[in-house]
Write a new protein. Sequence first.
Length: 478
Amino acid sequence: MSRSHASPPRARRERVPQAESEFRNPLPRLTARVFSDLAIWMTGLGLVMGLVFPFFVMAFGVPSMYVVSFRFFVATIGAGLVVGATNHLLSRTVVGSRLRYMSSKMATVEQTLRDAMVSTDADQCTPEKCSIVVDSDDELGDAAASFNHLVEALAESHRATNLANSLATTLSSHIELTPLVEAALRVLHDSGGYDASALCIVRDGELVTVTSKGIADPAQLAGSELVQRAYRTLDTISVDLPTDIELDGGIVAFRPRSVVAYPLHVRFVPIGVVVLASTQPVDDRQMHNVQPLLPNFAVALNNALSHERLQRVAAIDPLTGLYNRRFGMERLSQEFSRSVRSKEPLGLLLFDIDHFKSVNDTYGHHAGDAVLTAIADGVKRVLREGDTLMRYGGEEFLAVLPGAGEADVRGLGERIRRVVESSVTIESNVEIHVTVSLGAVSFPSADVTDLDDLIRKADSAMYCAKQAGRNRLTFVDV
């Protein structure tokens, strides 16, 4: 939507009481207008010159009979008044026009600031639009240069405000860690036209890189001396041409001209480090633009990390470290819906520890817990990346295998069976051997009506494996 702007109003002149430290006029003020005072002083000067001039020429030998007359005095006084009026006119023309031009620019800046308070739009007065040409090497030139510096400072302040607003909007729009850090890092990356950026956070007691742009080796970055020193000291560290960070320029790798590491902390407890790198030197202005944004980012990041920890606690079985049934079933539902849409296969493996009750009865529940943990660890090593393993029940586990057809499911199931069969759990110097019975199914090979039907078929196949003698894999009869 376009918005029209009215022409800048003339600046309103107000008398402001002078403080002791403010500028004092070398001559007393006679009126409320400087140019009126100037006209009075120049006219007075012309009058004095007209009165003095006859006596001045007499000093150079001009006979008094020629100068000491009413007509000569009137002529010299008139000439002095004309010179004073001419000087006043020239000053108003030369100086006044420049001051009026500067006043109109100031009025534009004022109106822009008032508009920005409502719409946050200050683009009507950029340094390119509002700067004044400095073409005189005097006080007027100094005033014009100072005005231009003011416009540049206001533009810089507006850019910083926009950056802060952009980051605030980003932080308030996300609570999940991944989208939060990616969006926030993008804002910081663009704040100074950086060529590379990264965010390292504390996970399990060590710094890891969670998101990056333009970094060739993010894992190496988290352990670099630059990042570690910023994390330990909570000081912003700026270096040139580091030897332990390499940036990916798209085709070739290159070294940055400047790299700055900004620590993130909440109440002086470090939680991460932001790294920004550029092929050009990073000046103090760029650093000062970023630093005020970090406290809010640190608080939002800390909240996101707390949220992630709570989500993890809610999703993870505390004994085995696997997904619990509630969260695992949500993942299964998502994968089943995706499989229905894409027609890609989806495999399930439901397995149960054979004679697990006798393990608890013979060796105690502590030994049973050790067996459950060992099986969970062993099966996780067998599964592929992207597969999901959950603790489905007491001693039951369910593996969700996206993209797995019948052959894939059968192969993974056999590998799981052999791993469990060959594993040994030692508890109180006693070796405990267990086996599992597995039920397997693959969609859409299996004719099912919905997700519950798919799970029932896997459960039925597992029951058949139990009935057939245990320690075996049974595929659903399609």
